[in-house]
Each structure stands twice: as C-alpha cells, then as structure tokens.
Design a binder for this molecule. Sequence first.
Ligand SMILES: [Zn+2]
Length: 190
Amino acid sequence: MSKKRTAVILGIVLVGVVAAGATTPAALPRENAVAGGLWTADDTLGEADGLIEEGEAVSPFADDLPAIANLDPELRSAMQNAARAAIDDGIEFVVTSGWRSAAYQQSLLDAAVIEYGSAEAAGEFVLSPEESEHVTGDAVDIGRTDADSWLSQHGAAYGLCQIYANEMWHFELATSPGGDCPAQLSHAGG
Ligand SMILES: [Zn+2]
C-alpha cells in the first residue's frame, strides 16, 4: 500500500522554526507546525472529511469546502468578518484546518500516538474525536503567523479567542464580541 503522507496543515512557519530548536519531540507544538506537522497515512480520507492538503492555501471564504462549510455558522461568520477587517490592515487569513470528520480526527490521533510513543503523550497535542472542537465545527486553525498575531490582538472583537497557549493558530468562539477571552490552557488535554 502506498504511504501517501498527507499533511494536515501548513501551519505557522515561525512556530515550526522555533520549535525545531527544542530538544525533545514532546516539546514541539505539533498540531499545525510546519516542521514536524501531523500527518495521516490514511488514503481513504479526502475533502469530504475536511482534509486540507499540505500547502493548500484555503480561503476563509471557501464555503464550498466541507472544512469551511461544516464549521458552526457563528464561528464561520466571525472568522469571515475578522478576515475582512484584517484585509483592510493588509493581512490575509488562510485556513489550515477547520471542521474535521471523526475519522479524520481519529487518524490524526493514531498518527500522533505513533509519533509520540504513547496515547498519553499524544493527548497533549491531538484530542480524540469525542473531545476535539474541530469535529463539532467549533474550532478553526488560521495561518499565517501575521494573521495569528492580528487575531490575538483583534479577535476578541469578533468573539474569537486563542484557547491553547501552545497553539497560536487555533481559535474558537469563546467570548461575546468585544468581551474578554478566557485564560488560555497550556495545551490541548491540559
Ligand atoms: Zn486547532
């Protein structure tokens, strides 16, 4: 069987570069990082699972793609409103991961268990299909680094908050527009 390795995410170059300097694999923020991003070898997964191929620059307005279309409508509209405002500041969003099918999430978890050597270690970086906010359509991963910086400054105006300290690209609707974002968790599963 061919081992077509499908990148989940392009992610954030700078995070990957910084992470590459870390001494242990477990120290790397892996969900989306370019250097050592998560992979799935599952050839049965496709666009209908929300798969976004490596290097694909998916627009936040690509409503025809399941990864975007299956997001919670409120999250999708908040992301798109923020993206429009960011364009005015010369910043372009790309979606590196949006909605994911349970099968897709499970394949990520399986790959992470292999990569990190145990389910416990993998759980810091990839949640199960039952736990992942991507599977319910309540989370979106945005790149590139300039977009993440913009969102960390302006996202709360749209209700968008960074949830995990080690995932600067992962945003959820976690406050009312103009409200305060909750304190960040150190990492997924933490
Ligand atoms: Zn995410």
